[in-house]
Design a protein around this ligand. Structure first.
Ligand code: NDP
Length: 299
Protein backbone atom coordinates (compact mmCIF):
# COMPACT_ATOMS: atom_id res chain seq x y z
CA UNK A 1 0.00 0.00 0.00
CA UNK A 2 1.52 3.27 -1.10
CA UNK A 3 1.89 5.82 1.69
CA UNK A 4 4.16 8.31 0.00
CA UNK A 5 2.83 11.44 -1.62
CA UNK A 6 2.95 10.99 -5.39
CA UNK A 7 4.88 13.74 -7.15
CA UNK A 8 2.76 14.30 -10.26
CA UNK A 9 5.29 15.27 -12.93
CA UNK A 10 2.67 15.08 -15.66
CA UNK A 11 0.51 17.74 -14.01
CA UNK A 12 3.54 19.90 -13.12
CA UNK A 13 4.80 19.69 -16.72
CA UNK A 14 1.36 20.73 -18.03
CA UNK A 15 1.42 23.78 -15.75
CA UNK A 16 4.97 24.59 -16.86
CA UNK A 17 3.99 24.33 -20.54
CA UNK A 18 1.08 26.71 -19.88
CA UNK A 19 3.43 29.23 -18.27
CA UNK A 20 5.85 28.85 -21.18
CA UNK A 21 3.00 29.44 -23.65
CA UNK A 22 2.02 32.62 -21.80
CA UNK A 23 5.63 33.84 -21.76
CA UNK A 24 6.02 33.12 -25.49
CA UNK A 25 2.78 35.02 -26.26
CA UNK A 26 4.11 38.00 -24.32
CA UNK A 27 7.52 37.92 -26.04
CA UNK A 28 5.88 37.74 -29.45
CA UNK A 29 3.44 40.56 -28.68
CA UNK A 30 5.96 42.87 -27.02
CA UNK A 31 9.13 42.17 -29.00
CA UNK A 32 8.10 40.24 -32.15
CA UNK A 33 10.22 37.37 -30.82
CA UNK A 34 9.11 33.84 -31.76
CA UNK A 35 11.46 31.34 -30.08
CA UNK A 36 12.47 28.66 -32.59
CA UNK A 37 13.63 25.12 -31.84
CA UNK A 38 15.27 22.91 -34.46
CA UNK A 39 15.33 19.16 -33.86
CA UNK A 40 17.72 17.09 -35.96
CA UNK A 41 17.06 13.39 -36.45
CA UNK A 42 19.52 11.18 -38.32
CA UNK A 43 17.82 7.97 -39.41
CA UNK A 44 14.25 7.09 -38.46
CA UNK A 45 14.56 4.85 -35.38
CA UNK A 46 10.91 4.36 -34.31
CA UNK A 47 11.43 5.43 -30.65
CA UNK A 48 13.36 8.56 -31.63
CA UNK A 49 10.82 9.39 -34.34
CA UNK A 50 7.93 9.31 -31.82
CA UNK A 51 9.93 11.42 -29.38
CA UNK A 52 10.79 13.96 -32.09
CA UNK A 53 7.13 14.16 -33.17
CA UNK A 54 6.09 14.85 -29.55
CA UNK A 55 8.69 17.57 -29.25
CA UNK A 56 7.51 19.21 -32.48
CA UNK A 57 3.86 19.13 -31.36
CA UNK A 58 4.56 20.55 -27.91
CA UNK A 59 6.83 23.25 -29.39
CA UNK A 60 4.05 24.38 -31.73
CA UNK A 61 1.44 24.24 -28.93
CA UNK A 62 3.58 26.63 -26.88
CA UNK A 63 3.45 29.16 -29.76
CA UNK A 64 7.06 28.55 -30.75
CA UNK A 65 8.49 27.84 -34.20
CA UNK A 66 9.44 24.22 -34.74
CA UNK A 67 11.96 23.13 -37.36
CA UNK A 68 12.46 19.46 -38.06
CA UNK A 69 15.48 18.22 -40.00
CA UNK A 70 15.41 14.53 -40.87
CA UNK A 71 18.52 13.11 -42.53
CA UNK A 72 18.97 9.54 -43.81
CA UNK A 73 20.73 7.01 -41.59
CA UNK A 74 23.62 6.94 -44.11
CA UNK A 75 24.42 10.66 -43.54
CA UNK A 76 28.12 11.38 -43.07
CA UNK A 77 29.56 13.49 -40.27
CA UNK A 78 30.61 16.35 -42.58
CA UNK A 79 27.08 16.67 -43.93
CA UNK A 80 25.62 16.78 -40.41
CA UNK A 81 28.20 19.39 -39.35
CA UNK A 82 27.20 21.50 -42.41
CA UNK A 83 23.59 21.40 -41.28
CA UNK A 84 24.57 22.42 -37.72
CA UNK A 85 26.58 25.34 -39.13
CA UNK A 86 23.52 26.48 -41.10
CA UNK A 87 21.29 26.22 -38.01
CA UNK A 88 23.90 28.06 -35.88
CA UNK A 89 23.75 30.94 -38.40
CA UNK A 90 19.95 31.00 -38.77
CA UNK A 91 18.45 33.85 -36.68
CA UNK A 92 15.03 32.15 -36.57
CA UNK A 93 16.57 29.14 -34.79
CA UNK A 94 17.32 29.80 -31.11
CA UNK A 95 17.68 26.21 -29.96
CA UNK A 96 19.24 23.17 -31.63
CA UNK A 97 18.79 19.61 -30.47
CA UNK A 98 20.41 16.64 -32.16
CA UNK A 99 18.54 13.47 -31.27
CA UNK A 100 20.85 10.80 -29.83
CA UNK A 101 21.91 8.09 -30.45
CA UNK A 102 23.57 8.87 -33.80
CA UNK A 103 24.57 6.23 -36.37
CA UNK A 104 28.04 4.71 -35.80
CA UNK A 105 29.80 6.67 -38.59
CA UNK A 106 29.17 9.93 -36.68
CA UNK A 107 31.11 10.97 -33.55
CA UNK A 108 28.52 12.43 -31.16
CA UNK A 109 31.10 14.56 -29.35
CA UNK A 110 32.17 16.25 -32.58
CA UNK A 111 28.52 17.07 -33.26
CA UNK A 112 27.82 18.41 -29.75
CA UNK A 113 31.01 20.51 -29.91
CA UNK A 114 29.78 22.07 -33.16
CA UNK A 115 26.52 23.41 -31.73
CA UNK A 116 26.68 27.09 -30.75
CA UNK A 117 26.66 26.93 -26.90
CA UNK A 118 24.07 29.75 -26.89
CA UNK A 119 21.72 27.46 -28.89
CA UNK A 120 22.61 24.24 -27.03
CA UNK A 121 19.21 23.72 -25.41
CA UNK A 122 20.16 20.19 -24.32
CA UNK A 123 22.97 21.70 -22.22
CA UNK A 124 25.46 19.04 -23.35
CA UNK A 125 28.15 21.34 -24.81
CA UNK A 126 31.33 21.47 -22.69
CA UNK A 127 30.91 25.23 -22.30
CA UNK A 128 27.50 24.73 -20.69
CA UNK A 129 28.71 21.77 -18.60
CA UNK A 130 31.66 23.89 -17.45
CA UNK A 131 29.48 26.88 -16.62
CA UNK A 132 27.16 24.63 -14.63
CA UNK A 133 30.12 23.17 -12.72
CA UNK A 134 31.60 26.60 -11.98
CA UNK A 135 28.28 28.19 -11.03
CA UNK A 136 28.20 30.68 -13.92
CA UNK A 137 25.48 33.32 -13.62
CA UNK A 138 24.20 36.32 -15.58
CA UNK A 139 25.78 36.36 -19.06
CA UNK A 140 27.68 33.19 -18.10
CA UNK A 141 24.62 31.26 -16.91
CA UNK A 142 24.60 27.79 -18.48
CA UNK A 143 21.83 26.11 -20.40
CA UNK A 144 21.13 23.17 -18.08
CA UNK A 145 20.39 19.60 -19.27
CA UNK A 146 16.62 19.13 -19.38
CA UNK A 147 16.11 15.96 -17.32
CA UNK A 148 18.05 17.07 -14.22
CA UNK A 149 16.53 20.55 -14.54
CA UNK A 150 13.07 18.93 -14.45
CA UNK A 151 14.06 16.90 -11.36
CA UNK A 152 15.26 20.07 -9.62
CA UNK A 153 11.96 21.83 -10.36
CA UNK A 154 9.95 18.89 -8.97
CA UNK A 155 12.14 18.74 -5.84
CA UNK A 156 11.86 22.47 -5.17
CA UNK A 157 8.10 22.25 -5.63
CA UNK A 158 7.79 19.22 -3.31
CA UNK A 159 10.21 20.28 -0.58
CA UNK A 160 10.78 24.04 -0.87
CA UNK A 161 14.27 24.84 0.43
CA UNK A 162 16.67 21.92 -0.07
CA UNK A 163 19.45 23.40 2.10
CA UNK A 164 21.38 20.87 4.19
CA UNK A 165 19.57 17.81 2.89
CA UNK A 166 21.66 14.78 2.00
CA UNK A 167 21.09 13.93 -1.66
CA UNK A 168 22.30 10.66 -3.15
CA UNK A 169 22.42 10.52 -6.95
CA UNK A 170 22.78 6.97 -8.30
CA UNK A 171 24.31 7.29 -11.78
CA UNK A 172 27.11 9.52 -13.08
CA UNK A 173 26.29 10.06 -16.75
CA UNK A 174 26.97 13.40 -18.38
CA UNK A 175 23.32 13.84 -19.30
CA UNK A 176 21.69 13.02 -15.94
CA UNK A 177 23.83 12.05 -12.94
CA UNK A 178 26.63 14.62 -13.08
CA UNK A 179 24.51 17.70 -13.90
CA UNK A 180 21.94 16.55 -11.30
CA UNK A 181 24.68 16.51 -8.66
CA UNK A 182 25.75 20.03 -9.67
CA UNK A 183 22.21 21.38 -9.40
CA UNK A 184 21.74 19.82 -5.96
CA UNK A 185 25.04 21.33 -4.81
CA UNK A 186 23.82 24.73 -5.99
CA UNK A 187 20.71 24.17 -3.87
CA UNK A 188 22.99 23.59 -0.85
CA UNK A 189 22.46 19.85 -0.54
CA UNK A 190 25.23 17.58 0.68
CA UNK A 191 25.68 15.43 -2.39
CA UNK A 192 26.88 11.84 -2.81
CA UNK A 193 27.25 10.48 -6.35
CA UNK A 194 27.02 6.68 -6.50
CA UNK A 195 27.70 4.40 -9.48
CA UNK A 196 28.39 0.82 -10.48
CA UNK A 197 31.59 0.65 -8.37
CA UNK A 198 30.02 2.07 -5.20
CA UNK A 199 30.43 -0.23 -2.19
CA UNK A 200 27.29 -1.18 -0.27
CA UNK A 201 24.95 0.89 -2.42
CA UNK A 202 21.86 0.03 -0.31
CA UNK A 203 23.52 1.55 2.80
CA UNK A 204 24.57 4.65 0.85
CA UNK A 205 21.00 5.09 -0.41
CA UNK A 206 19.57 4.63 3.10
CA UNK A 207 21.45 7.77 4.14
CA UNK A 208 19.58 9.91 1.59
CA UNK A 209 16.95 12.53 2.36
CA UNK A 210 16.69 12.88 -1.43
CA UNK A 211 17.34 9.77 -3.50
CA UNK A 212 17.70 10.16 -7.28
CA UNK A 213 17.89 6.97 -9.34
CA UNK A 214 19.32 7.42 -12.86
CA UNK A 215 20.73 4.02 -13.64
CA UNK A 216 18.78 2.25 -16.38
CA UNK A 217 18.20 -0.97 -14.39
CA UNK A 218 14.55 -1.93 -13.91
CA UNK A 219 13.37 -1.63 -10.28
CA UNK A 220 16.92 -1.91 -8.90
CA UNK A 221 16.33 0.37 -5.90
CA UNK A 222 14.42 -1.70 -3.35
CA UNK A 223 12.10 -0.57 -0.58
CA UNK A 224 14.64 -1.18 2.19
CA UNK A 225 17.18 1.08 0.39
CA UNK A 226 14.90 4.04 1.14
CA UNK A 227 15.12 6.05 4.36
CA UNK A 228 11.67 6.49 5.92
CA UNK A 229 10.21 9.81 4.78
CA UNK A 230 12.80 10.37 2.03
CA UNK A 231 11.94 11.97 -1.32
CA UNK A 232 12.57 9.59 -4.22
CA UNK A 233 13.02 10.81 -7.80
CA UNK A 234 13.01 7.97 -10.33
CA UNK A 235 14.61 9.00 -13.63
CA UNK A 236 14.74 5.49 -15.07
CA UNK A 237 12.67 4.50 -18.09
CA UNK A 238 12.86 0.76 -18.71
CA UNK A 239 10.56 -1.35 -20.83
CA UNK A 240 10.06 -4.85 -19.42
CA UNK A 241 8.04 -7.87 -20.50
CA UNK A 242 4.76 -8.54 -18.71
CA UNK A 243 4.16 -12.15 -17.61
CA UNK A 244 0.86 -12.16 -19.53
CA UNK A 245 2.58 -10.86 -22.68
CA UNK A 246 3.24 -7.35 -23.96
CA UNK A 247 5.46 -4.84 -22.20
CA UNK A 248 5.22 -2.08 -19.61
CA UNK A 249 7.37 0.83 -18.47
CA UNK A 250 9.06 0.74 -15.08
CA UNK A 251 11.61 2.98 -13.43
CA UNK A 252 14.87 2.20 -11.65
CA UNK A 253 12.96 2.05 -8.33
CA UNK A 254 10.67 -0.77 -7.12
CA UNK A 255 7.76 1.65 -6.89
CA UNK A 256 5.29 -0.08 -4.56
CA UNK A 257 7.95 -1.11 -2.03
CA UNK A 258 9.64 2.31 -2.07
CA UNK A 259 6.32 4.18 -1.85
CA UNK A 260 5.51 2.30 1.36
CA UNK A 261 8.58 3.88 3.01
CA UNK A 262 9.23 7.19 1.22
CA UNK A 263 7.65 10.54 2.06
CA UNK A 264 7.21 11.45 -1.61
CA UNK A 265 8.00 9.67 -4.86
CA UNK A 266 7.74 10.15 -8.63
CA UNK A 267 5.89 7.44 -10.57
CA UNK A 268 7.00 5.94 -13.89
CA UNK A 269 5.44 6.86 -16.23
CA UNK A 270 4.10 10.30 -15.26
CA UNK A 271 6.98 11.56 -13.10
CA UNK A 272 10.26 12.85 -14.51
CA UNK A 273 9.55 11.87 -18.14
CA UNK A 274 7.05 14.64 -18.98
CA UNK A 275 9.33 17.25 -17.39
CA UNK A 276 12.11 16.63 -19.88
CA UNK A 277 10.33 18.00 -22.97
CA UNK A 278 8.76 20.82 -20.93
CA UNK A 279 12.26 21.86 -19.78
CA UNK A 280 13.47 21.69 -23.38
CA UNK A 281 10.82 24.27 -24.29
CA UNK A 282 11.81 26.35 -21.26
CA UNK A 283 15.48 26.25 -22.29
CA UNK A 284 14.51 27.29 -25.82
CA UNK A 285 12.67 30.36 -24.52
CA UNK A 286 15.60 31.19 -22.23
CA UNK A 287 18.04 30.82 -25.17
CA UNK A 288 15.87 33.00 -27.43
CA UNK A 289 15.69 35.77 -24.83
CA UNK A 290 19.45 35.73 -24.25
CA UNK A 291 20.11 35.87 -28.00
CA UNK A 292 17.70 38.82 -28.30
CA UNK A 293 19.29 40.62 -25.32
CA UNK A 294 16.08 40.34 -23.27
CA UNK A 295 15.72 39.10 -19.68
CA UNK A 296 14.40 35.52 -19.60
CA UNK A 297 10.86 35.42 -18.14
CA UNK A 298 10.07 33.56 -14.91
CA UNK A 299 8.52 30.22 -15.93
P1 NDP B 1 23.81 5.74 -18.51
O1 NDP B 1 23.78 4.33 -18.94
O2 NDP B 1 24.58 6.73 -19.31
O3 NDP B 1 24.37 5.81 -17.00
C1 NDP B 1 23.94 4.89 -16.05
C2 NDP B 1 24.67 5.13 -14.74
O4 NDP B 1 24.20 4.17 -13.82
C3 NDP B 1 26.18 4.97 -14.86
O5 NDP B 1 26.82 6.01 -14.18
C4 NDP B 1 26.44 3.62 -14.18
O6 NDP B 1 27.65 3.56 -13.44
C5 NDP B 1 25.31 3.55 -13.19
N1 NDP B 1 25.00 2.15 -12.90
C6 NDP B 1 24.79 1.14 -13.77
N2 NDP B 1 24.56 -0.02 -13.11
C7 NDP B 1 24.65 0.27 -11.80
C8 NDP B 1 24.52 -0.51 -10.62
N3 NDP B 1 24.25 -1.81 -10.66
N4 NDP B 1 24.67 0.11 -9.43
C9 NDP B 1 24.94 1.44 -9.37
N5 NDP B 1 25.05 2.23 -10.47
C10 NDP B 1 24.92 1.64 -11.65
O7 NDP B 1 22.29 6.17 -18.35
P2 NDP B 1 21.59 7.63 -18.36
O8 NDP B 1 22.14 8.47 -17.28
O9 NDP B 1 21.56 8.14 -19.74
O10 NDP B 1 20.09 7.20 -18.01
C11 NDP B 1 19.75 6.59 -16.78
C12 NDP B 1 18.29 6.20 -16.82
O11 NDP B 1 17.50 7.35 -16.97
C13 NDP B 1 17.89 5.27 -17.98
O12 NDP B 1 16.86 4.40 -17.54
C14 NDP B 1 17.32 6.22 -19.00
O13 NDP B 1 16.36 5.60 -19.84
C15 NDP B 1 16.66 7.22 -18.11
N6 NDP B 1 16.51 8.56 -18.71
C16 NDP B 1 15.31 9.16 -18.57
C17 NDP B 1 15.09 10.41 -19.07
C18 NDP B 1 13.77 11.05 -18.86
O14 NDP B 1 13.38 11.91 -19.61
N7 NDP B 1 13.05 10.68 -17.79
C19 NDP B 1 16.13 11.13 -19.82
C20 NDP B 1 17.41 10.46 -19.81
C21 NDP B 1 17.58 9.20 -19.29
P3 NDP B 1 29.11 3.59 -14.15
O15 NDP B 1 29.33 5.02 -14.52
O16 NDP B 1 30.01 3.11 -13.07
O17 NDP B 1 29.02 2.68 -15.34
Amino acid sequence: MAQARIIDGKAFAEGLRDRIGTAVGQLTADHGLVPGLAVVLVGEGPASAVYVRNKARQTAEAGMASFKEVLPASTGQAELLDLIARLNADPKVHGILVQLPLPPQIDPEAVLDAIDPAKDVDGFHVINAGRLATGGSGARAPLVPCTPLGCQMLLRDALGDLTGLHAVVVGRSNIVGKPMAQLLLQDNCTVTVAHSRTRDLPAVCRGADILIAAVGRPEMVEGDWVKPGATVIDVGINRIDKPEGGTRLVGDVAFEAAAAVAGAITPVPGGVGPMTIACLLRNSVTAACRQAGLPAPEM
